[in-house]
Write a protein that binds this ligand. Sequence first.
Ligand code: ADP
Ligand code: MG
Ligand code: MG
Length: 246
Amino acid sequence: MLKVEDLHVKVMDKEILRGITLSIGEGELHVVMGPNGSGKSTLALTIAGHPRYKVSSGRIIFAGRDITKMKPEERARNGIFLSFQHPVEVEGVKVLQFLQRVLKNLRGVDEVEAYEIIFNAVEELGFDSSILSRELNVGFSGGERKKLEMLQAYLVRPKLLILDEPDSGVDVDSLKVIAGVIAKLHSEGTAILLITHYGRILEYLNPQRVHVLKEGKLVASGGVELVKLIEEKGFAAVEENGTAVK
Ligand code: ADP
Ligand code: MG
Ligand code: MG
């Protein structure tokens, strides 16, 4: 589904990613962990096509196509969905309207049909439908913002879902709900790249692989046992452990 090949990325002439190689199979859930500033968000934004992040060498292959130079909107239409670390507030736009627009743009669904899909999804996920009549992210708590993003992802049904720290600034109850949506999408075949700083959300999930990013390089790649190691001994232990990849 996604192949990242020896990816080098610069931001304002500074090399942030220094040769990342990573491959996510169809329907797989991969986790990327790493200390602050290691390049996790850079990796997410580069895969989504953010123009600030310049690929200086390497390639990104998605569903068999080289998307390294593709515009972000085109990547989205092809099935890549990125959930941002800091979503925007938009006054005067209701959540329902926004979601209707998203469904129209990405799936070509008309307003009436979208209305039905949205209400069904809210019910399936056990969300409070009052969220739909609120203004987009205005006055939302961290948990509410993240839940809305998960609802959006659930509606879009991307082929690849990239989540940048969906667990940051979120209380335990919201964390469970968010993890529940991720698990549901995973079980229904969405490939997922989940970036997280803490292992807690992984108590609710079943990742195929865990990667550790440090100073722009993947220093380790393995199973969930890596998460335990990080929680117990910190990121420093991972490199010493010697599970480094190519
Ligand atoms: P992480 O998400 O792992 O905390 P980031 O990808 O946000 O790491 O950042 C990695 C490095 O790239 C940091 O040193 C950061 O300062 C730098 N960086 C990221 N985005 C920008 C930007 N837009 N402008 C300047 N430097 C940036
Ligand atoms: Mg290299
Ligand atoms: Mg980040």
